[in-house]
Design a protein around this ligand. Sequence first.
Ligand SMILES: [Zn+2]
Length: 222
Amino acid sequence: MLWMLASLFFLGCALREIRNSIRAAPGYAVPIPVTPLYLVLMLGLATLFAWPPLHTWYFQRFLSAKATELADEHRAYVHCNTLFDTMMDREMLAAGHASPVTGKMVLQKPWCGVLMDYLSHPQRASDQELWSLGMFTHESMHVRGEMNEAKTECQAVQRNYRAAKLLGVPDATARRNALDYYLNGYQERGRIGGMQSAYYSRDCAPGQALDEHLPDSTWSDP
Ligand SMILES: [Zn+2]
């Protein structure tokens, strides 16, 4: 919001400069010619400040469309929380949350940024970046209708390969990333125990009770 206000301020300065070159400003007898450097500077600053919110807005729309696809056409509305949004969020301690009723899906600060980083270099994804992919798929599964955390996470684990591909990651990298998360990040949850164990199930494995036998499952044979 502050970025947009700053952008509008500089845009206003540029427009005033143009207006004053066409029509004499109050107190002036004749119009004043435009100062090109000033005009370029104001337009440049307006663009610079508009970029972050526009980029986030575009990314949210992109994620919303992909989450809807993952959620079998249950409409998802993704919102990337700013630091302020996160502090005001009743579920601020959760990295993300989503409602199957409203389709609203929130990714807390800084997880949208981490997911953007992942998508910019998926072939060298860090553990944290793989986690952001898993979280995006996990919240999409809530929008799809599942609220039991262990089942939700297992549905996500099986769809991370599909999710990565939907987000534009090349096929082989998407499969490797999704498997890496299943074999490392996911198993780690079971080992850590405590709160993390609520997201883990021994039955989340090929051929076990929670296997959905998806044709493009993370763990199906290529
Ligand atoms: Zn959850």
